[in-house]
Design a protein. Structure first.
Length: 89
């Protein structure tokens, strides 16, 4: 098996719910490429972080992020927020 196949994880977060972010998609190989392509088609920012993807790959789709990943995931959402601020200007 090819251990160097592309991997992807998608996160979602609804501020109005007050719940932690959750994994909305996970995939390897062609599925990962489809997740990335779909994000790009919908103008959703893509951040490459192989270490975080490896950690998220241990979760299930629709599972909330465990507390030990809050800081890493917060950095992802901060990245997205900064991009949104640049686009709005």
């Amino acid at each position: 098996m090819n251990e160097h196949r592309k991997k992807a994880a998608a996160l979602s977060y609804d501020q109005t719910e007050g719940a932690p972010p959750r994994v909305s998609a996970l995939g390897k190989g062609l599925v990962a490429e489809t997740i990335i392509e779909s994000a790009q088609e919908h103008h959703i920012p893509v951040l490459e972080d192989p270490s975080l993807v490896e950690l998220l790959a241990n979760l299930n789709v629709n599972e909330t992020i465990p507390e030990e990943l809050y800081e890493a995931v917060a950095e992802v959402f901060a990245f997205v927020y900064r991009l949104d601020q640049k686009i709005d200007k």
